[in-house]
Design a protein around this ligand. Structure first.
Ligand SMILES: [Zn+2]
Length: 257
């Protein structure tokens, strides 16, 4: 297999790879119930990143970040969290290092909800300071509702932390680390779909998981992997070739303008 994982390369093989684009997979270290490993989010984002990079030409995958911003997941042993400020600084430093070595096109592939604000703040801060960079952020689960048939998941739209979706992708990507005999979660009776409500995890479930973990299957997980990798491979091939070039046209020349 063509090497695309930075931690497995050396100077010679890195230079031979001709990489000019990078994926930074980020995750967290926190309980995902008793049926999934602490590192679920980094394991998932890294496995997806490697599959995507292998389908591209000049994209290298950075080592997964197994620590993220998890302050709201201190519900049961064990959670090792970076503060928001630290996580922003870590990502800014990674983006700056990549640019130093000529890698100006960078995708942050995020596997954890607590990293959403940090990744965006870091990316925006670096973009303003280093305008020639093309920086994109992708939370892998956001496309599922649009890209998979509505009946793919059985309970609560598949959602949840270590819920039906995440359990399924774990069964597809790292089945040897899963223990379905212990899969259980709760679904909060009310959570608004549009207002951003700020909870700590112990307030919305008594388990280490929300959603229907027991409904996860490897078959559903393979569908998730297939759709995410297909979408992001198409995106990354364009990103690798052009970076973020928006080529605006005058509104009067726009179809229907
Ligand atoms: Zn997770």
């Amino acid at each position: 297999m063509r090497p695309v994982q930075l931690e497995l390369l050396n100077t010679k093989s890195f230079l031979a790879g001709g990489f000019d684009t990078a994926i930074v997979p980020i995750g967290a270290c926190e309980s995902h119930g008793d049926h999934m490993p602490f590192g679920t989010d980094g394991l998932t984002s890294h496995a997806l990143a490697v599959k995507i990079a292998l389908a591209c030409e000049k994209t290298v995958v950075l080592p997964p970040h197994y620590l993220g911003m998890s302050d709201h997941y201190r519900h049961q042993p064990i959670c090792i969290s970076l503060s928001n400020d630290t996580q922003v600084r870590v990502l800014e430093d990674v983006l700056g290092s990549l640019q130093h070595w000529g890698i100006e096109k960078v995708l942050i592939l995020n596997g954890h909800d607590g990293n959403i604000p940090c990744a965006e703040i870091a990316a925006r801060n670096v973009k303003v300071r280093r305008k020639s960079m093309s920086i994109a952020v992708f939370d892998w689960w956001v496309i599922l509702q649009q890209m998979l048939p509505a009946d793919t998941f059985e309970v609560w739209g598949g959602w949840g932390h270590a819920g039906e979706v995440e359990t399924s992708i774990g069964l597809a990507l790292f089945p040897e680390l899963m223990n379905m005999a212990d899969a259980r979660g709760q679904i909060p009776t009310r959570l608004d779909g549009f207002v951003k409500e700020i909870w700590t995890f112990d307030e919305i479930t008594a388990h280490g998981a929300t959603g229907a973990a027991h409904k996860g299957t490897a078959e559903k997980g393979e569908k998730i992997v297939e759709v995410v990798v297909r979408y992001m491979t198409d995106y990354m091939r364009r990103f690798e070739r052009d970076g973020l070039v928006y080529a605006p046209v005058d509104a009067t020349e726009y179809p229907g303008g």
